[in-house]
Design a protein around this ligand. Sequence first.
Ligand SMILES: Nc1ncnc2c1ncn2[C@@H]1O[C@H](COP(=O)(O)OP(=O)(O)O)[C@@H](O)[C@H]1O
Ligand SMILES: [Mg+2]
Length: 258
Amino acid sequence: MTAAIKVRDLIVILGGRRILHGLTFAVPSGQVTGLLGPSGCGKTTLMRCVVGAQQINSGEIRILGMAAGAAALRHRVGYVTQAFSIYTDLSARDNVRYFAAVYGTSRAAADQALADVALADRADQKVSTLSGGERARVSLACALLAGPELLVLDEPTVGLDPVLRHDLWARFHALAASGTTLFVSSHVMDEASRCDRLLLMRDGRLIADDTPQALRTATGTADLEEAFLRLIQRAAAGDLTTYPHAPPSEMADQQVTR
Ligand SMILES: Nc1ncnc2c1ncn2[C@@H]1O[C@H](COP(=O)(O)OP(=O)(O)O)[C@@H](O)[C@H]1O
Ligand SMILES: [Mg+2]
């Protein structure tokens, strides 16, 4: 397995508080890996680290074999934030055409990207008048234009209706099948089963790093939300076997804070 993302002993402290507690994991290439966990557990902070937008306190992050944030990665990594970095005073079409120009892609490709996220019929509408879900899709269309090898998507399906959510996940898997690596966060556990692989996070720590099927087997339940609960209970009971990938430093950290 080649890994698009390799993180070792990652610690981030913000506002004097430890937000990420020594994370170690790898995200395999050409798959959809989900980063699942409740609001405030550190998903956005971790994604910002991966794209090189967050200063880290210690640890190592390798992206496509390079240090996170390396200039050479700029066009190889796409990042769609929760806040969407698109221009609200421009139409959806002008946004994607702008990014197409930046990436040296054709206008036809820009129009196709809008069609791919089912927004062709909203193309001339100003982004400021679009719904949250529609803005999310404009952002995604812009990120897709660069044809990134790694696509980091922070809660891309929030506020989408079930049909669109289903279509977007299908699109993620189509991208993965063509070799793109997707790292997708969500606080909605029912999206967990749509991922090839899962990182379950709580309070800045990983409590699982496995396939959905392996997690079901390990916890004895078919329901991934229930599996998550059981892992939390095991961790609370001090059963560190639920941390298969925890490095020694993370163990030490837990003993200190307990
Ligand atoms: N710049 C900051 N300064 C202080 N604390 C922060 C900062 N950014 C995020 N946090 C805190 O870090 C924790 C994780 O936040 P975040 O990564 O946004 O979580 P998530 O994306 O899972 O909701 C939260 O408790 C949040 O309040
Ligand atoms: Mg977030």
